[in-house]
Design a binder for this molecule. Structure first.
Ligand SMILES: [Zn+2]
Length: 456
C-alpha cells in the first residue's frame, strides 16, 4: 500500500523561484527528477506483456502525494490535453489531488481478450488494458490510487452528408440497425485510445536503441521529461501527443471473427479536408468512401472499421502544412515537386511513421483484412509486416477526387502508392498542375516578388 509523506528528500530537488506574492498549491521544493536508488523510490511493478491486467500491473504516472515514489511510468494522462490539465490546475479550476468518479463509465462492449494483449512485441504504443482499469484495479482505486483509463469504449449515432447521399442514390440500403433511417443516420461503436508507449518495444519497432529514443524524446521536448534519462527502470511513457479513434460498423464482436469479411480504412487526420472540406487533397472523400464501404461490408454480414489517427498533416501539423501549401501555390504547383516542397520546409516528407499503427489492429484481434481502403504503401507495409495479411487493396474511385487534389494523389502514386490506374512518370507529373491563386486579388503581385520557381 501507499506510504505517506509527499516530499522525498535527496538529489533532484531544487528551491522554487517563486515570487513572494505568488500563491502556490505546491510544496516549496520542486522535484526535478527522481533516481532508481533514491530513498523511498519503489515503483509499483509493471510487467509489459504479462498474461493479464492484474499480473501486468496498473500504469501509474501521477505525481500526487505518495504516488510520486510509486509511479511506474513517465509523462501524463490525456495525451496533448495533459497541458490543458496542467493549465486548469495552475488557474485554480482543478484540484491537483482530484480523483475521478468512474461510475457508469464502463465500456459499452466488452472486447474479448486477445493473445496480442500479452505480447510485448505486438502492442507497444497503447495500454491493452487501458479500457478496463476501473474493473481490473477497483481495490487500488478505492484505496485512493490515481489510476486512469487510457481508453474508452462507447456507442453513438452519426450522420455524414456522403452517407445520406449514398442512401438516396441507392448505394447503401436502410437496414434499421446499422443504417437506421433514410437520412443516412448510422450506428457506430467507438473506441478512443490515448498513447501509452512501452519504450523498449517502440525502440525495437524503429530499429533504434532505447537510449537513443529516450535521449531524443528528452532533448526535443525542451527537457520536459528528465526521468527519460534518470530512470532507466521506468519503461513506460505517456507522450503528449494525440491518440486515435476506432469506428466500428456492425456488431463489434465480428471485428475479430476470421470467418467474416473485414473492410478497413486507416485514416490520418486532415482537419482542413476532413471537417472543412478543402479541395486540395483526397482526405475527406477517401474517409467518406471508407465509411461507406465499411458500412456496406457490415450490412453484408461482415465488419467495417475506420480508424482515425490524430496525425494532422502527416504528423507535421497545420502550420507546416500551410507553409507547404503556400510554397506549392507560389512555386508552380506541379506533382513532380509535391514531396520536395514538404522536404524543403519540414526536412522530411512525412512524420507519421506507420510502424506503431498496427498495434490497434492487434488489440482488436484482427487477423486478416479482406478489403483495405487505402492506397498508402507505408500503411500496407506496416500492417503486412506486423503479421496481418491484406487480401485486397481498394483505391479511391476517380470520380470522388476533388478538383485540386490530382497533384497530391498523382505524386503519391508515383512514389509508390497503390493504384489500379495509371502510374505517372516524373516527366508526366510535371504536367499535373494544381489550381493557382490567380483568382485571388491579393496574389497578383506575389508571383513577381517570389518568382514562379522562387527556390522552393
Ligand atoms: Zn488532406
Amino acid at each position: 500500500m501507499l506510504e505517506d509523506g509527499a516530499t522525498p528528500a535527496g538529489t533532484g530537488e531544487s528551491p522554487t523561484a517563486q515570487s513572494p506574492n505568488s500563491k502556490s498549491r505546491y510544496s516549496k521544493h520542486i522535484i526535478l527528477t527522481t533516481y532508481p536508488g533514491q530513498s523511498g523510490i519503489d515503483p509499483v511493478p509493471l510487467e509489459w506483456g504479462a498474461p493479464d491486467a492484474k499480473s501486468r500491473g496498473p500504469v501509474i504516472v501521477s505525481r500526487s502525494g505518495p504516488l510520486l515514489k510509486r509511479r511506474n511510468a513517465m509523462g501524463a494522462h490525456g495525451g496533448s490535453y495533459s497541458i490543458y490539465n496542467a493549465l486548469a490546475i495552475a488557474a485554480g479550476h482543478l484540484d491537483p489531488n482530484f480523483r475521478p468518479d468512474f461510475r457508469n463509465s464502463q465500456p459499452t462492449f466488452k472486447f474479448p481478450w486477445q493473445p496480442a494483449w500479452a505480447d510485448k512485441t505486438k502492442i507497444v504504443s497503447m495500454d491493452p488494458y487501458g479500457h478496463d482499469i476501473v474493473n481490473q484495479f477497483r481495490e487500488e482505486l478505492e484505496a485512493g490510487w490515481d489510476i486512469r483509463p487510457t481508453m474508452a469504449v462507447t456507442r453513438a449515432n452519426m450522420k455524414l452528408a456522403e452517407i445520406g447521399e449514398a442512401v438516396r442514390d441507392g448505394e447503401l440500403k436502410v437496414d434499421g440497425n446499422i443504417v437506421v433511417d433514410s437520412s443516412g443516420e448510422v450506428r457506430v461503436t467507438k473506441v478512443a485510445v490515448e498513447p501509452v508507449w512501452y519504450l523498449p518495444g517502440v525502440a525495437e519497432r524503429f530499429g533504434m536503441d532505447e537510449g537513443t529514443l529516450r535521449r531524443s524524446l528528452f532533448e526535443h521536448t525542451g527537457g520536459s521529461y528528465p526521468e527519460l534519462i534518470t530512470r532507466p527502470d521506468l519503461k513506460v511513457f505517456l507522450p503528449p501527443i494525440g491518440g486515435l479513434t476506432v469506428y466500428i460498423f456492425g456488431p463489434p464482436e465480428r471485428v475479430s471473427d476470421e470467418k467474416v469479411k473485414l473492410a478497413l480504412r486507416i485514416h490520418d487526420e486532415c482537419n482542413g479536408s476532413d471537417v472543412f472540406q478543402s479541395d486540395i487533397c483526397t482526405c475527406r472523400p477517401y474517409l467518406a468512401f471508407g465509411i461507406r464501404e465499411a458500412i456496406r461490408e457490415a450490412q453484408n454480414g461482415g465488419s467495417g472499421v475506420v480508424i482515425y489517427f490524430r496525425k494532422e498533416g502527416r504528423a507535421l501539423g497545420e502550420v507546416i502544412k500551410y507553409l507547404v501549401y503556400n510554397a506549392r501555390k507560389r512555386g508552380g504547383d506541379t506533382a513532380d515537386k509535391y514531396f520536395r516542397r514538404t522536404e524543403n520546409i519540414a526536412g522530411v516528407r512525412d512524420m507519421r511513421f506507420q510502424a506503431l499503427m498496427p498495434d490497434i489492429l492487434h488489440w482488436l484481434g484482427i487477423k486478416k483484412i479482406d478489403r483495405m481502403l487505402s492506397m498508402s504503401n507505408m500503411k500496407y507495409d506496416a500492417i503486412v509486416n506486423s503479421g496481418i495479411p491484406i487480401l485486397e487493396r481498394i483505391p479511391i474511385p476517380d470520380h470522388m477526387l476533388p478538383s485540386d487534389s490530382r497533384v497530391e494523389i498523382d505524386a503519391k502514386i508515383n512514389a509508390g502508392y497503390f493504384t489500379t490506374g495509371k502510374q505517372y512518370t516524373m516527366e508526366e507529373l510535371s504536367a499535373v498542375r494544381g489550381r493557382g491563386w490567380e483568382k485571388w486579388e491579393d496574389v497578383s503581385g506575389l508571383f513577381a516578388v517570389y518568382g514562379v520557381e522562387s527556390g522552393f
